[in-house]
Design a protein around this ligand. Structure first.
Ligand SMILES: Cc1cc2nc3c(=O)[nH]c(=O)nc-3n(C[C@H](O)[C@H](O)[C@H](O)COP(=O)(O)OP(=O)(O)OC[C@H]3O[C@@H](n4cnc5c(N)ncnc54)[C@H](O)[C@@H]3O)c2cc1C
Length: 223
């Protein structure tokens, strides 16, 4: 698989523990919104530590963007990304991934699992085709909601947040239950896009089956 060595253009915080990293884009590089790749930091001892991350920019942008949750407690790649600066180099592979837009539906994300949906929603919004889609976004606290203002602007009332570890009168509280899904999703005959950590994915697939959603309508990727 081809690999590219690309310079970092900018690093900023998207939330208290999520970085928005933009890097150079190779010529003739194409990905579909929702796709991911493997990246490594081009520094001694880190160049072989490849980890999967999702492109969050538009395919037409002149740079590549990643939105990455950092885990200092892992003492591994995402922690090292906290030291990344403009001008440093990243090693980036070819695009791949299982989540792609198939048609209007309900997008269910847990934490950094929202990243494939950032690219998909930006793409739909740029084409004026975002109507009929809804994002249900589960986080621990309101400070963890990635791209909150942008999702609100793009989706309006079709942006539903639920917080498990904080009470905030603007948002639902607790975990996503079958009743919560029924209230906000309803029709089993539409697409359900699900992305998040393992335990959440298992619970969501189970809830969707309970609501009568057929596997052919479930598009998923585990983080
Ligand atoms: C297709 C795909 C796309 C993805 N896209 C994104 C994205 O766009 N943005 C994003 O933020 N994430 C994304 N992820 C998740 C991301 O790949 C992981 O968060 C990342 O690989 C973590 O790397 P790491 O080196 O910090 O830690 P890891 O490689 O996960 O772990 C390193 C070490 O930390 C220790 N460790 C692991 N878990 C814990 C724990 N809970 N507590 C303490 N120690 C632990 C273990 O010893 C482990 O060996 C994606 C995943 C997939 C599969």
């Amino acid at each position: 698989m081809e690999q590219y060595i690309l310079k970092v253009k900018s690093v900023e915080n998207a939330t208290h523990d999520v970085l928005r990293i933009t890097i150079e884009k190779p010529k003739q590089f194409h990905f579909e919104p929702g796709q991911a790749t493997e990246i490594a930091i081009n520094k001694k001892d880190w160049e072989f530590e490849l980890r999967p991350f999702t492109f969050t920019c538009l395919p037409s942008d002149e740079y590549l963007e990643f939105t990455i949750k950092t885990y200092p407690e892992h003492k591994d790649v995402t922690n090292e990304l906290l030291n990344l600066k403009t001008g440093d180099e990243m090693i980036v592979g070819e695009p791949w991934g299982t989540i792609g837009y198939k048609g209007p539906g309900i997008f269910i994300a847990g934490g950094a699992g929202v990243t494939p949906f950032i690219a998909i929603f930006r793409h739909l919004h740029s084409k004026n085709e975002i109507g009929g889609n809804k994002l249900i976004f589960a986080n621990k606290t309101s400070a963890d909601i990635i791209n909150k203002d942008e999702f609100s602007r793009m989706l309006g009332d079709n942006f539903i947040n639920i917080l498990s570890h904080e009470r905030d009168e603007r948002y639902a509280q607790g975990y996503i239950t079958p009743d919560f899904l029924k209230k906000h999703a309803g029709d089993p005959g539409q697409y359900y896009y699900v992305c998040g950590p393992d335990p959440m994915m298992d619970a969501m697939i189970d809830h969707l089956h309970q609501l009568g959603v057929d596997d052919k309508f479930i598009v998923k990727e585990e983080f």
